[in-house]
Design a protein around this ligand. Structure first.
Ligand code: G4P
Length: 528
């Protein structure tokens, strides 16, 4: 319990959303409350502009911005908040999924006009895999959106999670008058052209109080009374346990751009969001309160300057105290390493840090020693589990255009895929190299970076596959037979695991039906 006071202070989380729902705007408002930035507009989003899909300068520029805003740490009411940014662009979804392995909870932003969208579904699936506690923020109440009860139904059904409203809106769009905070029993009034102030908050423990009619008019007051009665009847009192177990998500309504409902969200967040959690490893559960340091790498970021191939590896501290210049055990390489310039991400003060505690993220300068999923300890051998690789959706064969640069190409492919930019597969019993990505944009990034950083020139040939499944079986003979028959579809991942590439859902279903003794997995755990 040596570091208990540091642990109790920390909340490490991410804001996730389908692009354009308002993640960047909400992030910025949080940072303003935390005093980490002084003016609105200071956080230029980490998202790649919609029309810049093949603009390399834009990609490069974004890589610079996204290192700087990867982790935003700030203090708010004696709580140290580590907000981990996630790229909005869907082609970088895998980066987002991996970042979710390093957080203890998330805030999910949903656009009240659009409801649940494609990325919302995928991101929630990842949260569900880890039982990550989720708070939902329904944004853009200043616009005419779907009705609140309909939205609640849609979210519950589509995301397969129970909801528990902690605030409730009075109308929407041009008639939007504010939200009633069911958690704090207060009314927050909306003023379209003005920032919400403390005066706009009216304590209101009893909704039958006639003051409500005076503030929002009799009709809306009665409507709110009915809604709240229904909500309290259906949902009862808010209980933290199902939220912390990832089963129930509290819901807030507001408008990020108008800074409305954001403070209520943040205030409740610091009260209910979990402190850094215990983490499972390949040998045992690491208790966050343990004295000895442990942590893992969840993201690697290439240097912006192509002349220097060093990278920043992002380490999440899981237990103990991380100290500058102290030797730690790099489990995979079985060697001791130390860091003289660990980098902190305090938004106001990006600097070398002396120490870090569970929940913190430290940037380590790396010259190629780290892979995603690597673990540092004080000597013990284990890996943190639950850091999956996801099935890519686009596959291309790498064609080397310059045989003189074969070595550089191989090195480049290995290093870029260690960074998690894409997944590399090798033909089973062959040498063909296949790259699998979630989005097309990554192929352009890879081609560009191979040339710039490794001098290797490649071309990609599109392959007709749509999904990769890791295959396993208790019956080795059956697995051998399958790989022999399906030789054109079976490849090896970087760790030598067998992977089946399916041409279509139909082929995949057929193989699953025809081979009951073989298990098809859509994610692969880096460490089991
Ligand atoms: P993202 O990071 O999730 O992709 O979304 P972002 O915050 O960039 O917001 C997407 C768009 O939605 C932005 O408009 C933003 O101003 C707007 N927005 C965010 N919150 C609200 C809200 O509460 N109400 C309304 N009406 N709009 C909101 P944009 O025109 O795409 O960009 P910008 O020119 O305003 O930056």
């Amino acid at each position: 319990m040596k570091f208990d006071s540091e642990i109790q202070k920390r909340r490490t989380f991410a804001i996730i959303s389908h692009p354009d729902a308002g993640k960047t705007t909400l992030t910025e408002k949080f940072l303003l409350f935390g005093g980490a930035i002084q003016t609105a507009g200071a956080v230029k989003s980490n998202k790649i502009k919609k029309h810049a899909t093949s603009d390399f300068m834009e990609i490069e520029r974004q890589r610079g911005i996204s290192v700087a805003t990867s982790v935003m740490s700030f203090e708010y009411k004696n709580t140290l908040i580590n907000l981990l940014d996630t790229p909005g662009h869907k082609d970088f979804a895998e980066d987002t999924y991996r970042t979710l392995t390093a957080v203890d909870s998330v805030v999910l932003v949903i656009d009240a006009v659009k409801g649940v969208e494609e990325q919302t579904r995928k991101l929630m699936e990842v949260c569900r895999m880890r039982d990550t506690p989720v708070i939902v923020f329904i944004n853009k109440l200043d616009r005419d959106g779907k009705l609140p009860f309909d939205l609640m139904d849609e979210i519950e059904k589509e995301l397969n999670i129970h909801l528990h409203p902690l605030s409730w809106p009075i109308n929407m769009g041009k008639d939007f008058k504010g939200v009633y905070n069911l958690f704090q029993k207060s009314l927050l009034l909306f003023n379209p052209n003005q920032k919400a102030t403390e005066e706009d908050i009216v304590p209101l423990t009893d909704l039958s109080d006639p003051v409500l009619d005076k503030l929002v008019g009799e009709k809306d007051a009665n409507h709110l009374r009915e809604d709240v009665e229904l909500i309290e009847g259906v949902y009862g009192d808010f209980k933290p346990a199902p939220y912390l177990a990832g089963k129930t998500a509290p819901v807030f309504f507001g408008s990020a751009i108008n800074n409305f409902g954001v403070k209520e969200l943040l205030d409740t967040f610091i009260q209910i969001a979990p402190i850094p959690r215990n983490m499972a490893t390949t040998t045992r559960v690491v208790d966050v309160q343990e004295d000895k340091f442990s942590g893992f790498i969840f993201k690697i970021h290439a240097n912006l300057d192509p002349k220097h191939r060093d990278r920043i590896a992002f380490l999440r501290v899981c237990s103990g105290k991380f100290e500058r210049n102290k030797f730690y055990h790099h489990v995979r390489l079985d060697k001791d390493v130390r860091f003289s310039n660990p980098y902190s991400f305090l938004a106001r003060d990006k600097d070398v840090i002396q120490e870090a505690y569970p929940g913190d993220v430290v940037g380590l300068f790396d010259t190629g020693n780290f892979k995603i999923g690597d673990t540092l300890t004080e000597g013990e051998d284990f890996y943190f589990t639950g850091i999956p690789s996801f099935s890519p959706e686009i596959f291309k064969e790498v064609v080397n255009k310059d045989p003189m640069k074969t070595k550089q190409l191989e090195k480049g492919l290995l290093q870029l895929t260690d960074e998690g930019v894409a997944q590399l597969f090798t033909q089973h019993n062959g040498n063909r190299k296949i790259i699998g990505c979630v989005g097309d944009l990554q192929f352009e990034v890879i081609q560009y970076r191979l040339l710039q950083e490794y001098g290797a020139s490649v071309q990609f040939n599109t392959l007709p596959f749509y999904k990769a499944c890791w295959i396993t079986s208790e019956n080795k003979a059956k697995l051998d037979e399958f790989t022999r028959f399906k030789t054109g579809n079976v490849v090896l991942d970087k760790d030598g695991h067998l992977v089946y590439l399916a041409q279509s859902q139909w082929f995949l279903n057929t193989e699953i039906t025809n081979n009951p003794e073989i298990q098809f997995h859509f994610t692969s755990e880096i460490h089991k």
